[in-house]
Design a protein around this ligand. Structure first.
Ligand SMILES: N[C@@H](CCC(=O)OP(=O)(O)O)C(=O)O
Length: 470
């Protein structure tokens, strides 16, 4: 058997694979098989992270409750009851084979801060280099949105991206992605390889195939696959009924890692999502998938098409910014919104006026009193910057009224197309929006970067990744 380089593998096990759907008793056969599989992977030199759901399920069993409570605090309480027992169960099973484990509880909030994100990455690295198997779950007790909107499929994809995993195995109660629900439709066909999640979305029924216990289904698995493959992680959906099939799958794809449980060259049932050939790594993946945006910049369609090209390097110039929404600090994540529809002539007039003003010219607008300057709105704001008003007719009211007349920014129809990291704060970007970067230093007093937003990643598919909670 050909041995390959040591792999980093994330194994995700959903609630329906951990506890019985109705009795909520732990599925010890499955759990033991997972433990044996992970320990064999470790023995073959691979690094493994386990993403384990099941806290609420185990909590239900402990409290002899028949079903997940509807209210959030009820779920949080059950997760708190169950998580300790869940990790104790894993520790017991792994302990039988001498394998140390660690508990890692994450929330999206935890990793939306760059420092905390890096701390989590460093902890994973350290644990893996110590030969420990980190066992990850959401920190349900403190994370409102995670229970309400979240699922461990997404968490496992983000974890895979954080640790630059080679493979993400989503073990679930079906053996792959089907063209239709295989439990209801006998003509349903297993899809073996997916190269584009966006394309496959139009071809399959993603109706939830899971049990009543978990929060995920095929839809969240597709989302997870999209996140993970974008980060360069090969993603596999397969059945949790036979965890050692992981070896057969790796072997089938030429990634031999130990004796195959199936062997014989037959394709073990699974769906494989191929990784992106130009993966988003580190900062970009982090920006796109983990950050909570603090505000937004509205850009024009020209800037959008530039940013959509790889050569742009994800860097946004002030010239492409039409407006700024919300308040954010330099270094924070921002949504990138594109203004839909054509920019009207009046808007261009105001932008031209702003540009001329900055160049030292103070144009007058027809209909305003003779000598009244049409100023950029920020020039009239007493915000302590060095934008001096021209000495003729600098009527703030007239200017603001003139801008309002033609540009009611709040009414613009916009669409979120990406996210990025701001190099300047919202007030500063407001000051320089629409202008050539040559003006940045004079208007802001410094210009560390000629770009106002960097690390912009433009979404490749509809913005469903995190619902509306961030
Ligand atoms: N974090 C929660 C589970 C979230 C969830 O339901 O995930 P999944 O079963 O993977 O759809 C728990 O441990 O109960």
């Amino acid at each position: 058997m050909v041995r390959t380089k040591p792999l980093t593998i994330v194994v995700k096990l959903g609630t329906s694979s951990i506890v019985h759907e109705t009795t909520h008793q732990p599925l010890l056969t499955t759990l033991s098989a997972i433990v044996e599989t992970v320990v064999r992977l470790r023995a073959a030199g691979h690094k493994v992270v386990l993403v384990s759901s099941g806290a609420i399920g185990v909590g239900l069993q402990r409290m002899a409750m028949p079903a997940r409570p509807k209210n959030l605090s009820g779920k949080q309480a059950l997760a708190a009851i169950g998580q300790g027992r869940l990790i104790a169960l894993w520790d017991n099973l792994f302990g039988q084979l001498g394998q140390p484990i660690a508990q890692v509880l994450l929330t999206r909030g935890d990793i939306s801060d760059r420092t905390r994100y890096l701390n989590a990455v460093n902890t994973f690295k350290e644990l893996l280099s110590m030969g420990v198997v980190p066992i990850v779950n959401e920190n349900d007790t403190v994370s409102v949105s995670e229970i309400k909107f979240g699922d461990n499929d997404t968490l496992s994809a983000i974890t895979s991206s954080m640790i630059h995993a080679d493979y993400l195995f989503l073990f679930t109660d079906v053996d792959g992605l089907y063209t239709a629900n295989p439990r209801k439709d006998t003509s349903a066909r297993l899809i073996e390889v997916v190269e584009s999640t966006a394309a496959i979305r139009t071809q399959v029924s993603t109706a939830t195939l899971g049990s009543s216990l978990g929060t995920g289904g095929m839809e969240t698995k597709l989302i997870a696959a999209e996140i993970a493959t974008a980060a360069g992680v090969t993603t596999i959906i397969t059945s949790s009924r036979n965890p050692p099939s992981l070896f057969a799958i790796l072997e089938y794809h030429g990634m031999a890692s130990g004796p195959s449980a199936i062997g014989g060259g037959a394709r073990p049932p699974h769906t494989l999502f191929t990784p992106s050939v130009t993966p988003l790594r580190d900062l970009k993946a982090w920006t796109r998938h983990t950050l909570t945006p603090a505000g937004a910049v509205v850009i024009d369609s020209g800037a959008h098409s530039v940013l959509s090209r790889r050569e742009s390097g994800g860097r946004l110039l002030a010239a492409g910014v039409l407006s700024v929404r919300g308040a954010f600090a330099s270094g924070q994540a921002v949504r990138v919104l594109v203004r839909k529809g054509a920019v009207g002539a009046d808007t261009r007039d105001v932008e031209a006026a702003r540009e001329e003003y900055v160049r030292g010219l103070a144009p007058t607008r027809p209909g305003t009193p003779r000598g009244t300057a049409v100023l950029p709105r920020q020039g009239a704001e007493p915000d302590g910057t060095d934008v001096s008003l021209p000495d003729h007719g600098d009527s703030v009211d007239t200017v603001v009224a003139a801008e309002k007349d033609v540009v009611d920014e709040d009414q613009w129809e916009v669409e979120e197309v990406g996210r990025g990291l701001a190099n300047y704060n919202s007030v500063q970007i407001e000051k320089v929006k629409g202008l050539n970067s040559a003006h940045l230093e004079r208007l802001l007093g410094y210009a560390d970067s000629e770009y106002v937003v960097e690390n912009v990643t433009i979404f490749v598919s509809p913005r469903y990744l995190f619902g509306t909670n961030i």
